[in-house]
Structures are given as C-alpha cells and as structure tokens.
Design a protein around this ligand. Sequence first.
Ligand code: PHE
Length: 458
Amino acid sequence: MSSTSRASFGSKFGIIMAAAGSAVGLGNIWRFPIETGQNGGAAFILIYIIAIALLGVPLMVAEFFIGRHAHTNAAHAYKKLSSHPFWSNIGFIGVLGGSLILCYYVVVAGWVLKYMFLSLDGTLSTLFTPGDASGYESLFGNFVSSTWSPLIFMVLFVLMCHFAIAAGVRKGIEKLSKIFMPALFVILVVLVGFSLFAPGAQEGLSFLFHPDFSKLTTSSVLSAIAQAFYSLSLCMGCLCTYASYFGKDVNIIKSAVSISVIDTLVAIMAGLIIFPAVFSAGISPQSGPSLAFIALPGAFQQAFGAVPAVAYIVSVLFYALLVLAALTSAISLYEVPTAYIHETWHIRRRYAALVVTAVCLMLGTVCSLSMGVLGDLHLFGKTVFDFLDYFCTTIMMPLSGVFIAIFLGWVVKRDIFMDDVTNGRTLRAAPAGVIHWLLRWVAPILLFAAFLGVLGVI
Ligand code: PHE
C-alpha cells in the first residue's frame, strides 16, 4: 500500500481526542479506583504519577515516534527501523497483546452496557436496601455467571466497535472521539460536583489525598507501574498504530504530555466520584473488581438517597460515562489488528474489521463463559478471563516496554530519533534529549526491576 493513499487524522484536536480516548477507559474509571483502594490510597497515587512521568511519557513518545516514522501498522513499523530479526519483530508482541486485551475488555464493557440499562430502567434503585448489598451481589453474580445475557451485551458492544472501525480513521475513530471525549469530560465534572456534596465526602477525600507510606509494599509499587501502562494504553500497539496516522507537524512530546495529563486527571476525578460515595455509604474501599457493580450502585443510592432523582441521575450518568470511555479504548484496540490485517493481506478495512470481529467474538465468548459454565477451565490455575488479564498486563505489557525502551535507547540511532521527534530540528532539542535519556537508562532498569519483582526475586 503506498503511503500517499494511507489514512490520516484530520486535525490536532482529533489526534489528542483519539489518543486520549484510547487511554481513558475502564482502566481509569473501573481499575484505577480498585487498585487505589487495595493499595492504600494516596501513597499509591503518588507512585503511579512518578511511573507515568518516568516510564509512561517516554514510552508514549517512543511509540508515537515509531508509528509516525514508519507510517505503517504496529507489527511492521519496527522493521522500518531495524532489519535485525529480533528487533524488527517486537511489534508483534503489541499486536498480539492488544488483540488479547480486546477479547476480555469487550466482556467487561458488555457488563457496563447492561448496567447502564439497569440504571436507566430503575432496577438499580429499586434493589437498594440500606446497609445490605446482598441484592446487588446476587444481581451481579447471577448476571456474569449466566450464559446468554452477558454474551448479548458483549455482542452489542462489539458491533458498536465494529461499525466505528469499519467507518474509517477520520469518519469513524476521529469523529467519534471528538464527540465522545468532550461528552465524557462534561459527565465527569457533573459527577464530581455531586459526589463532593455527598454526606461524609471528607473521609473519601482524605483517603485519596493523604499518603500513608506504611501501606506501600513492593507489590503495590508493581501494581502502580502495571496500572500506569494499562491506563496509558502503552506497548500494545494502539499508540503506535494511531501515530502512523499523524502528520509530520504534530509535536509528539507535547501530545504525549497532554494525553498523560488528561488520563491522570480523569483517573483522579473518577476517584473523586467513587471514594466520597463509597465512604459516605460506609463501604470498604478495598471491595475489589466488583466495586463498580456491587458497591457503587448502593453507594450512589445511599449517598444521594435524600433526593432520589439525584441518585437516579448520578447512577445513569456514571454507567454512561463508563460506556463512552470503554468504547473509545476498545476502538483503539480494534484498530491494531485491523490495520495489521488490512495492510498485510491487502484487503479492505471493512473486511479486515470483520475478521477481527469474528475472532473477538469467539475468544470474548470463552472469556465471558469463564465466569459461568466454563469456570472450571483453568490456564495456569486461573480462569481464562483472569489469565488473559494477568498475562497481558503483568507480563506482556512490561516485557514489550523493556524491548521498546532498549530498542529506542540502544538500537535505533539517536540522531534519527532526535530529528524525527523535533520535527526536523524545528522544535527544541532538550525535551527530546531528556526522553531519550530516560528511555536509554531509566526505563530499562526500572522495568527490569519490576520484572524481578513479578518473579518474586525482589
Ligand atoms: N487504556 C485503556 C483503559 O484505561 C485500556 C487499554 C489498554 C487500551 C491497552 C488499549 C491498550 O481502559
């Protein structure tokens, strides 16, 4: 495929919205509060922000550089910078990882969609009994372990992604991101406003903002790094693929910093919505993955129950927010294998998207059923769903991160990086120099240490 006929984003705003759309997702609104709750609150957030600055931004710049420089899909991009058989193929890890994440991401996104309907039709408010979450517990337990209902919602969600992707880079991804992301910010601000007025909000705020370093362990530091990678959509081919649609005039470093700031702000705002409500309702912040589906529906009713209409609105808006966030992230995951198939097999985007949809539906079905009838099917002692999440976020993402950092720090010539990132030396060189230094020294060492941590060596 010639580079002139290749798709591209239409505007810088579109680029920021699409990439921020990839980053802002269930990771910010569902996973971040869980991780923060389980790892002691403010101290975890501090480590998380350090991980974003030292690892997240440099790796995002690296992926943007590789994608824009190569102007092709994530698997083939590395070949344009190295002919060595090992380095030229590390992009495949991203394509594989991104595709696998997609298959379980759509399952949770399906749950979120279902919960949006449950809050719309009032089910979530009628189930409320003060001080007793058993109604929500059985609702969630029965739903995820059933066969058809979660599958139907997953299929609905996959179809939405499919049509967005099939519409193309500008008319699908960019257009939707330009509508969905501002809508998401408006909902966030409204929800933060409500939450700050919940009775007892103070306790939630101090949990979020007063660090207790005694709660920090090696494993919480590792979780902060994994969360930073997951939340910024790093090393799974998404950012590299999106950057292949960037124009030559895009300031890569500025974009990476803006996207990282937006992503972190959204995560903290999600914390500001969730923890005041959770503390106000007297729920433990450590409730884990079920937080959004078991604890929160009750927490919203409890916190805003004095005015039932507010409780209803908050609940509907919250799940709508999750759906929007999940959609733009899933679309970026979809684009990785779609661009790869489209450019490798030389078939139309629409047909490439069909292949991705078919595979995603098959694997997604197995993941969804692993909560119920396939619950006994175990891979390395975990259900298929848990195994995929663990394998992708704890092994593939940091592994791919180490390779990308070493590739840029040591294999690609520094001059090529500096020329490209400064847009042909028209931008200041110092920030690019700092990023290169972080990629060469800090990222490989920190990520290697993180790996030893995962293996239990440190
Ligand atoms: N960053 C997304 C989120 O926060 C998840 C994601 C991970 C998307 C990796 C793409 C690649 O939900």
